[in-house]
Design a protein around this ligand. Structure first.
Ligand code: ZN
Length: 152
């Protein structure tokens, strides 16, 4: 699943659990695994997919970073929870940028194998990914705004 979608879910979790960042991180990891079990976009793991995947990954990575800035920036009073939720929700996907930029994967082999095994990917599901991103980012933005108003 696109990392931008994991950012949206992690931010929403982080708002709801902002007083307990460790729990927000753990719930973020759980959300990542649950979302990756759902049908989502992906390309066959063959060498011919590398370049098309990289094109999507660049855009997704930039969108994810922008989403982090837009959601965590105004989350005064909630920020540690929001960032913890986002960190938990995205940490399992660190393998892709780590391999690309540093040529190494810091994820333990057993975790990586499990993460790859649960994927339900198909190349025709990009539209769903974009719709899910819009929904999750909208929801998390509303939760950040509401959460800030509820603070003392
Ligand atoms: Zn994943």
């Amino acid at each position: 699943m696109l990392v931008t979608n994991h950012v949206g879910a992690g931010a929403a979790i982080g708002v709801l659990l902002h007083r307990r960042p460790v729990l927000a991180f753990a719930a973020g990891v759980a959300s990542h695994l649950a979302m990756d079990c759902l049908p989502h976009w992906g390309l066959p793991r063959v060498p011919e997919s590398h370049e098309p995947f990289l094109q999507v990954a660049k855009r997704d990575g930039l969108a994810g970073l922008a989403a982090i800035a837009v959601l965590a920036g105004p989350a005064r009073g909630l920020r540690s929870g929001v960032l913890a939720g986002i960190a938990g929700a995205t940490i399992l996907d660190v393998d892709k940028p780590a391999r690309h930029f540093f040529g190494r994967n810091p994820v333990p082999a057993a975790v990586q194998e499990f993460h790859e095994r649960i994927q339900r990917e198909a190349p025709h599901r990009m539209r769903n990914e974009v719709l899910i991103a819009a929904g999750l980012l909208g929801l998390s933005g509303l939760l950040v705004a509401r959460g800030r108003r509820a603070l003392p």
